[in-house]
Design a protein around this ligand. Structure first.
Ligand SMILES: N[C@@H](CCC(=O)N[C@@H](CS)C(=O)NCC(=O)O)C(=O)O
Length: 473
């Protein structure tokens, strides 16, 4: 049966699946339009009969075109390459040896790295086959996954070291880069510091510089956390009929919606009555949305900024610490609240995002009061001398490092100082008992750790995405 090559391409995938990411990268780079059908792996939609009828393996990605179905990201990429519009460069090098090398690198990711991270079904089977004591077993399996990934990235890094780069095989991006990059993005989500691999981080940066790569960022996918209200580019997962009698999993979409910022009318009203404005806040928020589109949801909620400004002023804070600057809205609030004597030590891993913050500080005439360190939060905090230095600290960085931030920030605070942890409700996902979202699990544990920490007097508020307010005793 001949397939109509021009028929619409439909992709069944999941935002957090690295194999799906390989395919969305290819679609974006090759300029092929597609419909997206999210399959919620956390809710095990891959196991529903309707999906199994499409793909008996119960895995994503699955490509459907003109009634035909293709699985396996490598095969899908090969096919998509053949569909590329005129003028688009192939993902496969012309030179036969180079082509084989690109496939070899992609295969290393596809057949050795990703499978050992134990995708859902395999993971569940392994855990069930291991001896008793479920807690130790899960802990051991998680350690196995992390260590295997770290080892595999290390050898991949050494393999690429022979090539000047920045891409895997040199100056031109090939399918190898798509596989490697997707795996690195997944590794970063697991809290693995990609900067620890010099050659891979060079590849990562080169990829991140490309707009077509950024357009395929998993956080921009309609099913990514926080994008519940984003326009869908495709029919929704409800295209997959629900299995009758199945216990409905807690609805992550509903939870996500529960923690939206106040309606625009309310925000405008509050703007009208407030007498503690934050200079430059509106401008920085607009610039963030203009430059970074959906990633801009990482910007701190306006009400959180107002709270920080007011609290820093109320405490007469003079020294502030910020872990996770992003584009600078919360730092503007802290600086404004502290007044002209206040100084801010700010830490962020991204020079791209903080470039916007630097500009905002300069525009507000506050840049001479900020010491910005571009480094990952844990390393930068470890460099700070352990002394009671700060009056106020705001933590809004990598979710899965929050417990490490907590350990490091407390000893840096003056008695009576305040630590504010943002995102501790993680769009409400912390209350989902079945969540497999690593951020939700980590933050839920953090909240319990904070509750037990006798050095702190802590309360929680549901402002923004949830704040933990910890007074240092
Ligand atoms: N070799 C396959 C691997 C597919 C795969 O492992 N998919 C994962 C997501 S990255 C999945 O569907 N996991 C859910 C499950 O196994 O239950 C490919 O490259 O497409």
């Amino acid at each position: 049966m001949a397939t109509d090559l021009h028929a619409a391409v439909k992709l069944f995938g999941c935002w957090r699946s690295t194999c799906t990411h390989r395919v969305t990268l290819a679609l974006s780079v090759l300029g092929i339009p597609f419909d997206y059908c999210p399959v919620n792996l956390d809710r095990r939609e891959q196991d529903q009969p309707a999906f199994r009828a499409l793909a008996p393996e119960g895995q994503v990605p699955v490509l459907q075109q003109d009634g035909r179905v293709l699985t396996q990201s490598m095969a899908i990429l090969t096919y998509l390459d053949a569909l590329r519009p005129e003028g688009k460069a192939s993902l496969f090098p012309e030179d036969p040896f180079e082509k084989a090398e690109a496939i070899a690198l992609a295969e290393r990711v596809s057949s050795f790295i990703q499978p050992f991270l134990l995708p859902g079904g395999i993971r569940r089977k392994l855990i069930a086959c291991l001896p008793d004591n479920p807690e130790t077993v899960v802990e051991g399996v998680n350690r196995f996954v992390r260590e295997t990934l770290a080892d595999a990235l290390e050898s991949l890094d050494r393999r690429l070291a022979a090539r000047a780069g920045p891409f895997a095989l040199g100056d031109r991006m090939t399918l190898a880069d798509l596989f490697i990059f997707a795996q690195l993005v997944g590794a970063a989500r697991m809290g693995i510091d990609v900067n620890g691999y010099p050659r891979l981080s060079k590849l990562y940066e080169a990829m991140e510089r490309r707009a077509d790569v950024r357009a395929a960022d998993p956080s921009r996918m309609p099913d990514a956390p926080g994008n519940a209200s984003a326009p869908r580019v495709a029919p929704s997962a409800s295209a997959l009929p629900q299995e009758r009698g199945a216990t409905p999993a807690p609805d992550a979409t509903r939870l996500a919606l529960a923690y939206k910022e106040p309606a625009r009318e309310i925000a405008e009203y509050l703007d009208h009555v407030i007498n503690t404005p934050i200079i430059g806040l509106d401008a920085v928020r607009h610039e963030t949305f203009r430059l970074f589109g959906p990633v801009a949801t990482k910007v701190s909620a306006i009400e959180v900024c107002r709270f920080l400004r007011w609290t820093a002023s109320q405490m007469q804070a003079r020294r502030a610490l910020e872990v996770g600057v992003f584009t600078g809205s919360s730092s503007l609030a802290l600086l404004e609240g502290m007044g002209t004597e206040g100084r801010l030590d700010a830490i962020d891993i991204s020079s791209e995002y903080t470039a916007v913050a630097r500009q905002a500080w300069a525009n507000a005439g506050m840049d001479n009061r900020v010491n910005l360190v571009i480094e990952d939060g844990i390393t930068a905090l470890d460099r700070l001398p352990i002394a009671p230095t700060y009056d106020i600290a705001y933590v809004d960085a990598l979710n899965e490092h929050y417990q490490a931030y907590h350990q490091r920030v407390v000893p840096l605070m003056k008695p009576g100082g305040l630590i504010v942890f943002d995102n501790i409700l993680w769009k409400g996902r912390v209350i989902d008992p079945d969540t497999t979202d690593p951020s939700a699990i980590h933050l839920r544990d953090l909240n319990l750790i904070l509750r037990e920490d006798r050095r702190l007097e802590t309360t929680f508020v549901s402002m923004g995405d949830g704040l933990a307010l910890c007074k240092v005793l």
